[in-house]
Design a protein around this ligand. Structure first.
Ligand SMILES: Nc1ncnc2c1ncn2[C@@H]1O[C@H](COP(=O)(O)OP(=O)(O)OP(=O)(O)O)[C@@H](O)[C@H]1O
Ligand SMILES: [Mg+2]
Length: 256
């Protein structure tokens, strides 16, 4: 499997104002099966737009996005998404939210109970099985959304700052769990983050986008063994390199 973005641009047109925002400009990217790719770049540079197009929720304005040599024309269970603010079904419990997609896929009741239990543990929500979304904190809701997507075991995971709203400890634990899962289950992951450290800990490859309209500023392969130590000489050097590149592509005062 190869995911290929060829000359992808995205323009959002505001019909009222009569002009558009160019979110992404001429993105060329080839992602191999089982690659773990992190995407970083300044706020508003089109990272979410890129993931939405790969998810099949949006179409590129120009260019093409192909998977298995076929143009992506809509969402598919093969591509699981966890977005910045994922929404849950408010009338269903935590457990029912996690089991819902599995039930739709025809997974038998006992099997989906096992799977849901496993992912409830992974995200640390044991004991909240029967809570409704409105009884959870923002971070807990996000954990349910993560568990719901992971439970479906998609071949490709599209994750848009999935742990951004979580506390540092939980984020580190989920980073670790995600790496384990990726190593065991051979997934292709596209992971957007604002954290250089998180990207270095996780990725095979880091794609840095410029300020809007986003273009690829740097495509960096990381061949360091895992688990990675943030204080090792190699990692410190890569951090410095990424910070320097970020300064080049992001004017002062702009959030990264
Ligand atoms: N549905 C939409 N309609 C109109 N404009 C949009 C839409 N989605 C995104 N945009 C615009 O496209 C640009 C890129 O947005 P996008 O959400 O892709 O950025 P981002 O890199 O994910 O930013 P952040 O890091 O803040 O999440 C922004 O200027 C945004 O206003
Ligand atoms: Mg975004």
């Amino acid at each position: 499997m190869v995911l290929e973005c060829r000359n992808v641009s995205k323009v959002y047109v505001n019909r009222k104002l009569g002009h558009g925002v160019v979110a992404l400009n001429d993105i060329n990217l080839t992602i191999a099966k089982n690659e773990f790719v992190c995407i970083i770049g300044p706020s508003g540079c089109g990272k979410s737009s890129l993931l939405h197009m790969i998810a099949g929720f949006e179409r590129p304005t120009r260019g093409s996005i192909r998977l298995h040599n076929e143009e992506i024309s809509g969402p598919s269970p093969e591509r699981g998404v966890v977005f910045q603010e994922s929404s849950l079904l408010p009338w269903k419990s935590v457990r029912e939210n996690i089991e819902f997609g599995l039930a739709i896929q025809g997974c038998p009741r006992s099997e989906r109970q096992d799977i849901a239990g496993r992912y409830l543990n992974i995200v640390g929500l044991q004991g909240f099985d029967h809570a409704r979304p409105h009884e959870l904190s923002g971070g807990m809701k996000q954990k349910v959304a993560i568990a719901r997507t992971l439970a479906l075991d998609p071949a490709i995971l599209l994750m848009d700052e999935p742990f951004g709203a979580l506390d540092e400890q939980t984020r580190k634990r989920l980073d670790f769990e995600l790496l384990e899962l990726w190593q065991q289950r051979q997934k292709t992951i596209l992971f957007v983050t604002h954290s250089i450290e998180e990207a270095i800990l996780l990725a095979d490859r880091i794609i840095l986008l410029t300020v809007r309209p986003g273009r690829i500023q740097l495509d960096l392969e990381l061949s360091l063994p895992r688990p990675r130590n943030l204080f090792s000489k190699e990692v410190v050097e890569i951090r410095q390199q990424l910070l320097a590149e970020l300064m080049l592509c992001c004017p002062p005062g702009q959030p990264v």
